[in-house]
Design a binder for this molecule. Structure first.
Ligand code: HEM
Length: 431
């Protein structure tokens, strides 16, 4: 059924009032349910807004869809990066990456994560106020570069890299290009030249050094079928997909906990009884159900990747709609996570729901913070371990208060708190 003008107006009002296109989609899904066409001049996409439709696209009929949307800035930036390849190349790239990003061996990075978190906290001692969003960016970027690529970057190097990556992230963020493909852009791909040069330099250095470290970069060097350009594409993909997402998730979780002192108290009590003041270890992660529930709930309300895109690779029917080849299909994770008929008090922060029977809808495609089907996030286990270790360490050592008002979301390449996450530092306990 085509969308009526009045519904579009309703969606537009909600979008303007909340300053969030996601809330506009939410309004349409409340009227049109599982799936609907979103059409305006220059743009046409099927929105798979319900769990059944999402399952069809991501799992049941996945072979009819491609992840690469040719011409999108994401494909232009990542070129042949895992996120935007399909078919045998995608399978081969994923096979090389997966062993580095999952399993109990992830625990080997915990001492480094703790060291880097403590170093970050040390920077806060002389400052009254910090923006946690920016702090998490530097922290997660440092962790990613050291763990996956064996590159231990100093603070100033990280600041520089973070600046360059911010430009790359702005380049792929949703914008006017969605409806006006060749229209003017604030950032041109050539502005990202310095970032490219830096990545190529790291690859060349590693080739020269002939180091056989156990990291992913060294592993790629040994894969004969991977040339330097293909390695560049994977490195850039992981650098962006692996730090911007965790940054947003950590910021939302801290923001929500600081805005809900009762939940914060409960987590601190749980932490105290499991680890006290000592640095957390891998085993502790299995004994902190409330922290885990809060971390899941934060990703429900504010999924760092709020929309996943596909392109129909063949004509295909979804929920009774015929989707022509080459058509964009959007899976709005944000909407799935907030459907009032699937989630009780959907817009409230209630970690408890992940602990009580029936609190989470069954069926598997209502909660997709890491995506679904075979293209499930390759870095999910890594992120899940890293994020919780960082949270625990900060909650153990730092007392802070919110210096932000009501939390609202800004849609970029990821969903972030609008205006960052400024906090006032009250007290830092010695490590
Ligand atoms: C809280 C943190 C994270 C969230 C919420 C998240 C979310 C997602 C989602 C929703 C997808 C599916 C995209 C799609 O279906 O098109 C995805 C894919 C991906 N993620 Fe993550 N991610 C996170 C952390 C990470 C980390 C730490 C890494 C790398 C170290 C990473 C690397 C990737 C890559 C390479 C893909 C593409 C996988 C493929 O297409 O086979 N992500 N992520």
């Amino acid at each position: 059924m085509p969308i009526r003008r009045t519904s579009l107006l309703q969606a537009a009002c909600r979008m303007v009032c909340t300053r969030s296109p996601l809330e506009g989609l939410m309004a349409l899904s409340e009227i049109y349910g599982e799936a609907f066409w979103l059409t305006w001049p220059g743009f046409r996409a099927l929105v798979a807004a319900g769990s059944r439709a999402a399952r069809t696209v991501l799992l049941k009929k996945r072979e009819h869809f491609r992840s690469r949307v040719d011409g999108d800035p994401v494909a232009q930036l990542f070129r042949r990066g895992l996120l935007v390849t399909d078919g045998p190349l995608h399978e081969a790239l994923r096979r090389e990456m997966e062993p580095f990003l999952r399993g109990p061996e992830l625990a080997r990075w915990i001492p480094m994560i703790l060291r880097r978190t403590d170093e970050r906290i040390h920077h806060w001692a002389s400052r009254k106020r910090v923006d946690l969003l920016e702090e998490f960016r530097l922290l997660t970027l440092g962790i990613l570069m050291e763990s996956l690529f064996g590159l231990s970057l100093e603070d100033t190097e990280l600041q520089l890299l973070a600046q360059m990556l911010k430009m790359a992230v702005a380049y792929i963020s949703p914008g006017i290009w969605l409806i006006w493909r060749n229209g003017p852009r604030c950032i041109d791909i050539s502005d990202l030249h310095r970032l490219d040069m830096q990545i190529r330099q790291w690859i060349q250095d590693r080739r020269k050094e002939n180091r056989h470290d156990g990291d992913l970069l060294s592993h790629w060097m040994r894969c004969r079928w991977m040339d330097d350009e293909l390695i560049r594409d994977q490195m850039l993909t992981l650098m962006i997909a692996g730090h911007d997402t965790v940054t947003a998730w950590l910021a939302w979780t801290m923001g929500l906990l600081l805005s809900h002192p009762g939940e914060m108290k409960r987590i601190q009590a749980e932490l105290w009884s499991v680890a006290g003041h000592r640095p957390p270890c891998f085993e502790d992660l299995g004994h902190l159900p409330y922290l885990e529930a809060a971390a899941r709930e934060s990703m429900r309300l504010y999924p760092p990747i709020p929309i996943v895109n596909r392109m129909a690779g063949a004509p295909i029917a979804v929920e009774g709609y015929t989707v022509p080849i080459g058509t964009r299909v959007m899976i709005p994770i944000y909407v799935l996570h907030r459907r009032p008929e699937r989630w009780e008090e959907a817009s409230r922060f209630q970690p408890e729901r992940f602990l009580r029977p029936g609190g989470v809808p069954t069926g598997g495609f209502d909660y997709l913070p890491f995506g679904g089907g075979p293209r499930f996030c390759v870095g999910a286990s890594f992120a899940w371990m890293e994020g919780r270790i960082i949270l625990i360490r900060i909650l153990q050592r730092v007392r802070m208060e919110p210096a932000f008002g009501r939390l609202t979301a800004r849609l970029g390449a990821t969903l972030e708190p609008r205006g960052g996450l400024p906090v006032t530092i009250r007290d830092i306990r010695e490590a």
